[in-house]
Design a protein around this ligand. Structure first.
Ligand SMILES: *Cc1c(COP(=O)(O)O)cnc(C)c1O
Length: 442
């Protein structure tokens, strides 16, 4: 009998979704989301609002004195962890030459690789959830009220309390890193379940911080389920669930408000005549989903959001396109989930994010590993900006749109989200750079 994939034969799947054929061949493709609704329509059933994002933003504000104390690199920003928004004119010129297309709008890079303390977009979601949990426990133990100065979280009596609690997380690397950094700083016992593709230096750094790292031989999905299982056994243990967490999601969403402030500072007003296009690397979906939802709530129909995935891990694309979300994995279609973009090496997407974001996302495209490496080297040479491979997936976005109809590109402001890289060790980065160089020379 023919093998069934979520109740259908492969032939049935291919008939219903012809794009699957190119996906299975790991070709670079663009999927336009025909299920997208107007903001007003999509918003009707949305279980979240700007209020929820404001609460997360206020929580970051309450913790700012603590963050400032613990992470001296945030002194200048008064304990607020935020990244710059930069024009990248030389890179823009390189891309235009490479794609033989003129990008009439502006191209900016949102530099989350520079986020203090964690060096990736996970400093938003990961930090928010850990801080929220710490706040909850501190209030429960009568250590603090919401109107106190949270600098006190650095005091030893807080650490003594948090040391009785553990935090568990499953990760491809960066989420574990951010949870480990803020979790151990607060005094929690932290266990990180790492997938096989996690980089050695991330494991080493975590162990240095005092976290327990458990290495798995399988991929991200297994690392998460093992973490979940372990946490369930222990009532003093808190599991950070990358696939289902609203608190991670809201931490990411705060970025939208901050981006709006930065656009304002640059004199960029987003409206119907000057729409915003945002390109977000997507792994399990919480990071890009949170940012995109925040932007939709702020800019409504004047923002267009695109996710980018590796050709070998197009899990959100398959999940959203079919509406099956986490019921399908890329491996079900013979796609191996092996990519140098370790932050995006996710074979099965978050159903929570997939369902929530289907009415709001404009499309998803895939990028090959060699494409990511070329862009890495190109960005380093043109702008002296060094990103990890995952963080380049957004970069080709504006140029991939030239072949698509129905997007008002003429006066658009394009923001490519750079999601990580500043903590990558020099030697490792040099290898990435060389790899890109050799692909360019091919
Ligand atoms: C985690 C991560 C992403 C994607 O975030 P998800 O929540 O997994 O979708 C993108 N880039 C980098 C560098 C990351 O670490």
């Amino acid at each position: 009998m023919e093998q069934m994939i979520a109740g259908k034969t492969l032939k049935d799947w291919l008939e219903a979704y012809p794009l699957l054929e190119s996906l299975m061949e790991t070709k670079e493709i663009f999927w336009k989301n025909e299920q997208k609704l107007s903001f007003a329509q999509g918003n009707k059933t949305l279980p979240l609002s700007l209020n929820d994002i404001n609460e997360a933003k206020e929580r970051f504000q309450r913790f700012a004195p603590y963050v400032k104390e613990m992470f001296p690199e945030t002194v200048q920003t008064e304990g607020i962890i935020e990244s710059p928004l930069r024009y990248i004119p030389t890179m823009k010129g390189q891309l235009e030459a490479c794609y033989r297309k003129n990008l009439t709008g502006e191209l900016l890079l949102k530099c989350d690789h520079e986020l203090a303390a964690a060096g990736s977009i996970k400093a938003r979601g990961g930090f928010h959830e850990v801080l929220k949990h710490a706040e909850f426990l501190a209030i429960k133990h009568g250590l603090v009220t919401k109107t106190d100065n949270y600098r006190v979280f650095a005091d030893s009596e807080f650490k003594d309390v948090f040391n009785n609690y553990s935090i568990v997380v499953g990760s491809t690397g960066n989420l574990g890193l951010s949870i480990g950094i803020i979790g151990t700083a607060l005094g929690f016992r932290v266990t990180v379940h790492m997938s096989s593709d996690a980089r050695q230096w991330k494991k080493d750094l975590l162990r240095e911080k005092g976290a327990v790292v458990i290495e798995h031989t399988k991929d991200y999905g297994l690392a998460v389920s093992e973490g979940r299982k372990e946490a369930e056994k222990d009532p003093s243990s808190y599991f950070i669930d990358d696939e289902h967490s609203l608190d991670l999601f809201l931490g990411y969403a705060v970025a939208a408000k901050r981006l709006k402030d930065q656009l304002d500072e640059n004199g960029i007003v987003i409206n119907e005549k000057r729409p915003l296009f945002v390109y977000l690397p997507c792994g399990v979906g919480g990071g890009p989903g949170g940012v995109a939802l925040g932007l939709k709530l702020l800019f409504q129909d004047n923002v267009y959001c695109f996710f980018a995935e590796p050709t070998h891990s197009p899990s959100m694309l398959i999940g959203m396109m079919t509406g099956e979300h986490d019921r399908l994995s890329v491996q079900d279609f013979g796609i191996d989930n092996k990519t140098a973009a370790d932050g995006l090496a996710v074979g099965r997407p978050s159903a929570f994010v997939g369902r929530l974001m289907t009415p709001f996302i404009d499309g998803i495209y895939t990028v090959s590993d060699s494409g990511l490496f070329k862009l890495l080297t190109c960005l380093a040479d043109s702008e002296n900006i060094y990103l990890e491979p995952s963080a380049l997936a957004g970069m080709p976005g504006p140029f991939r749109l030239f072949h698509q109809k129905g997007f008002p590109m003429k006066n658009a402001v394009h923001v490519v989200w750079a999601t990580g890289g500043s903590m990558v060790p020099k030697k490792e980065m040099q290898e990435y750079y060389q790899r890109g160089k050799s692909h360019i020379e091919e």
